[in-house]
Design a protein around this ligand. Structure first.
Ligand SMILES: *Cc1c(COP(=O)(O)O)cnc(C)c1O
Length: 430
């Protein structure tokens, strides 16, 4: 059987391994729930973009909201990546990980004055401005600091990325970006403001995109604007096509990063923009398939197999120690994530709903999964490197999981399991 996800994940005999490390052993050694990432898988995913862009002016900015652990950021910083940030907190993480602020682009619809000042102080490469109000405010803050803020306008190209409504961002109905029809006037306003320096244009049309066509449509819409804006005498240096490339969770077949890049470069060339610097903001496609979430089976409730009522409505529940607070994608996006035993058992097994201990019926990790399991077994939820730990919460006063990074022969604990006492350390009795 082929496993969705990373080529660094493989089954040898009955045992599941990541970069040759037995996942069951890592689960026992560090405890569960546990995120385990492959550093080589992250590097390889980044190199796929880099190689396809070699010889071109470009910058690949890792959209760090997908997984913002400092060791992950350090891995990408050392590989030469820039970063796409969406908050002052993320900027602080980039700096703490040794990242270069001059390779940072600052996205997001709700930047505060304090965040603008923090980013100007750090010297980020570019603000991806998402509204006319933000443009005016950024101009004020830059002037107050005696600086010029480099800006790109995030344009909403109004293309359908064909993805889940919650992760589609490039439609008129979404809150993101400046409407295509307003963009030229907004560029003219930006160029007239003394605290701003126009440097680029950007878009980001959604996430978990599995087709090339929406990217080409969005690029065409951006290039139409570039031509119109430059025709009125405002030079635009770079074109930033955002992130959003999908990964394989089940049987999706998204384009490879190399094919995405090749397709976009071909379109750029065809339209005479081949010399232009191209920026990317991939998140999920750099880290998603590099990680798994390990979880131990606590209890089995075979409500269907042992259904006394015989009405066929019962379900078998496999209750594990990871929950929606550790991995919210299934609950939040109805997302499918493959679940594999770390050591496969012989025998036919049953069909299980894999659920967590949180007091919500939405607390599930997988539904109707064929698995041969017993309490004490460790399961791996695959493709959990993106939007897993980064979206984890303390709901039900559950400490957040630990994180481990394997890298060749080495195993690094990159985040300790949260201590219970730290969960309410900021709270005060009256
Ligand atoms: C989230 C986000 C990305 C990354 O999206 P992925 O689907 O993880 O690649 C890139 N750019 C912006 C502006 C984003 O908000």
């Amino acid at each position: 059987m082929t496993l969705p996800g990373s080529p660094f994940l493989a089954r040898r005999g009955a045992a599941l391994e990541l970069e040759g490390h037995l996942l069951a052993d890592l689960g026992r050694r560090f405890g569960t729930p546990l995120f385990v990432y492959s550093r080589q898988a992250m590097r390889a995913a980044f190199q796929a973009y880099e190689q396809a862009l070699s010889g071109r002016a470009h910058l690949v900015c890792y959209a760090m909201k997908a997984n913002s652990n400092l060791a992950v950021l350090q891995t990408f910083a050392r590989a030469g990546a820039g970063f796409d940030i969406v908050s002052g907190g993320e900027l602080a993480r980039v700096l703490a990980a040794g990242g270069d602020p001059s390779r940072v682009v600052f996205s997001g619809v709700g930047k505060t004055r304090a965040e603008m000042r923090q980013a100007l102080q750090a010297g980020v490469r570019c603000f991806n401005v998402e509204s006319e109000g933000e443009l005016e405010r950024l101009n004020e803050e830059a002037l107050a600091m005696g600086r010029r803020a480099p800006v790109s306008l995030r344009v909403n190209p109004d293309v359908d990325a064909g993805t889940h409504p919650y992760i589609s961002t490039g439609l008129k109905a979404n809150k993101f970006g400046i409407a295509h029809g307003r963009a030229l006037a907004t560029y003219q306003r930006a160029a007239s403001l003394p605290g701003l320096q126009v440097v680029g244009i950007d878009c980001h049309i959604g996430s978990q995109i599995t087709q090339l066509a929406p990217y080409l449509d969005a690029l065409d819409r951006l290039l139409d604007l570039v031509e119109a804006v430059e025709a009125v005498g405002i030079p635009i240096h770079h074109v930033d096509v955002g992130g959003g490339l999908g990964i394989t969770y089940a049987d999706e077949q998204p384009p490879q990063a190399s094919a995405l890049v090749a397709g976009l470069l071909e379109r750029l060339d065809a339209r005479g923009h081949g010399q232009r610097e191209l920026l990317f903001e991939p998140g999920r496609s750099l880290v998603g398939n590099a990680g798994v979430l390990l979880t131990e089976v606590l209890y089995l409730k075979p409500g269907r197999d042992e259904d006394a009522a015989g009405d066929g409505l019962g379900k078998n529940f496999c209750i594990v120690d990871a929950a929606m607070n550790d991995l919210v994608r299934p609950a939040m996006y109805d997302a499918f994530m493959a679940i594999e035993p770390c050591v496969r058992r012989a025998g036919p097994g049953s069909t299980w709903d894999v659920v967590g201990p949180v007091c919500e019926s939405g607390d599930w990790l997988g539904r109707d999964r064929p698995l041969a399991v017993q309490p004490g077994d460790i399961l791996a939820v695959l493709s959990a490197g993106a939007y897993g730990m980064a979206m984890a919460s303390n709901y039900n006063t559950r400490p957040r999981a630990a994180e481990v990074m394997v890298d060749g022969a080495q195993v690094h604990l990159i985040r300790e399991r949260e201590a219970l006492s730290s969960l309410f350390a900021q709270e005060r009795l009256i």
